[in-house]
Design a binder for this molecule. Structure first.
Ligand code: VGL
Ligand code: ZN
Length: 199
């Protein structure tokens, strides 16, 4: 059975110079391109928000970026505007081997709900469709790489393991935001969930 490589949000806005830059986010691109050659299936995710998205601090009066707010579905970090549909920042890193991808799954397009995970929106209920795609292709073993370790990689990998997939995270090919200790917390959460780390 072939295994899938899932590349999370390797987009310009998450790389140095971007709107929500992850430190050294672009360092992982050559290694990801190399790893793609070893997998039977490659899937990319693309953070893809409408302008004025509810996860943007700019959509909330008096809210500063990187602070927490309460949404109907639970706590939500308010981010700088990023990955706006059709903007240059929403594009993949120019060196990422996007032609190798079988599927590009976009997320965060619902104006009222953010979506860190590749599987569910942040309400934890609304599916993106990725689970069905993987199951119908018989892809049970998943490896995750990308940005950011402590947000979209973490949420995607934990959802995957809870859905019954066999999950590895290549920590050497991820980079984190590390907001208030979010990176060590994410690594602990992933380990407790039963995720295997490799580097
Ligand atoms: C992400 C914050 C907001 C991520 C996406 O890709 O980790 N983080 N949107
Ligand atoms: Zn986002």
């Amino acid at each position: 059975m072939s295994e899938a490589l899932i590349v999370i949000d390797v987009q310009k806005d998450f790389c140095p110079g971007g709107a929500l830059a992850v430190p050294k986010g672009d360092d992982i691109v050559p290694g990801i391109n190399q790893l793609m050659t070893e997998y039977g299936a490659v899937i990319l995710t693309q953070d893809w928000h409408p302008a004025g998205h509810s996860s943007f601090a700019s959509s909330h009066p008096d809210a500063a970026p990187m602070t927490l707010t309460q949404m109907p579905y639970g706590p939500q970090v308010l981010w700088p505007d990023h990955c706006i549909q059709g903007s240059d920042g929403a594009n993949f890193h120019p060196d990422l081997a996007v032609d190798r991808a079988d599927l590009i799954i976009r997320k965060g397009f619902n104006p009222k709900v953010d979506s860190y995970s590749a599987f569910f929106e942040n309400d934890k209920i609304t599916p993106t469709g990725l689970e069905g795609y993987l199951r119908t292709r018989g892809l049970q073993k998943l490896t995750f790489v990308g940005l950011a370790t402590d947000f979209c990689v973490n949420y995607s990998a934990v959802d995957a393991v809870q859905l019954g997939f066999e999950v590895t995270v290549r920590t050497d090919l991820c980079r984190g935001i590390d907001m208030d200790g979010s990176l060590p917390a994410a690594l602990e959460e992933m380990a407790e969930a039963g995720i295997t780390f490799a580097a």
